[in-house]
Design a protein around this ligand. Sequence first.
Ligand code: 3PG
Ligand code: MG
Length: 392
Amino acid sequence: MKTIDDLAVDGLRVLLRADLNVPLDGGRVADDGRIRASLPTLTALTDRGARVIICAHLGRPGGKPDPAYSLAPVAARLGELLGHPVELTADTTGSAACAAVAALHPGGVVMLENLRFNAAETSKDDAQRSHFADQLADLADLYVSDGFGAVHRKHASVYDVALRLPHAAGYLVKAEVDALDRLTANIRRPYVVALGGAKVADKFDAFGSLITAADRILVGGAMAFPFLVARGDKVGTSLLEASQVAAAADLLKRATPGQIELPSDVVVAAEPGGSGAVVAADAIPADQMGLDIGPQTAARFAAALFAAQTVFWNGPMGMFERKPYSGGTRAVAQALADGEAFTVVGGGDTGAAIRALGFAEDTFGHVSTGGGASLEFIQGKTLPGLAVLEQS
Ligand code: 3PG
Ligand code: MG
């Protein structure tokens, strides 16, 4: 894989695609893990005299400008980390962006406003994406792909723009690929996968191949509810993607008996503000929602993880941001810290969770900045944003 070490960048305009999709809390960055992970490439480029144009997305604003999804808090945090302010342009590829890029000096940095304020960024229509990619490419001489968390998306800034400019991978993309390669062949067993989090539909696609690869699959977070419903349980007001129930039923049929392990107890509350009560997973009251796996489940999952030789963990076990619902996620992290397995922790939220709970990143074999991306990578899928880097 060609990296920025293979590019001459001095004085040139470099469009740097980063994944700066970080959690916010009241207009401030709640976890800056993805911003920090982007620094090595960014500073290498500026040290070498590049004029750096950072482009990134925040959330899913739906293709139109929305101040709630502005990258302003991200630019502010990046400025703090760099020790000098980072200008955020008022638009993504419009006159404001063009003017800011024209004013860039060698070693300077600007950040374009949220790519997803433009419907063409994520469009399924090739022509729409192409048009937007042309505009992005017009801003720069070179393209550097370092937003690992988005390389599974065939988006204009991830895929199409790389077809238009000389390009290379950044250090983060390179490091992620090198680490995740260890989960694609010669895996040491038992190989245990723990899945949780909220982007349920995205992860269901991965399940089929994980059934083939993994010895045990532990399911928590909102991932568990379609399975519980498929099994005949009621889940009250829990976050449920009803469209996934049939798929969950199918997976339970295809898995070997006991291979998919579901919560046996759950922490519930009427709303996330409450303090929570533990109930059996098949007895969630109609007016309550599941917000974490219960202590019995946490202990069972922890034992399975402690005994593993290889672990892939994607998605928190509950609403870890609130203390009453952080126990399951903490138990999983602790088991990985205590065990001997090669551990990969994947995903923006999962990385944020281990940091919020006070675990050092080097406790784990690899902390991936990409959730969906790492999940697709370990299945051996072709990731558009990586495949395109192979093309010249
Ligand atoms: C992520 O947070 O997983 C990445 O930034 C990709 O975001 P997306 O799932 O909204 O495409
Ligand atoms: Mg995410």
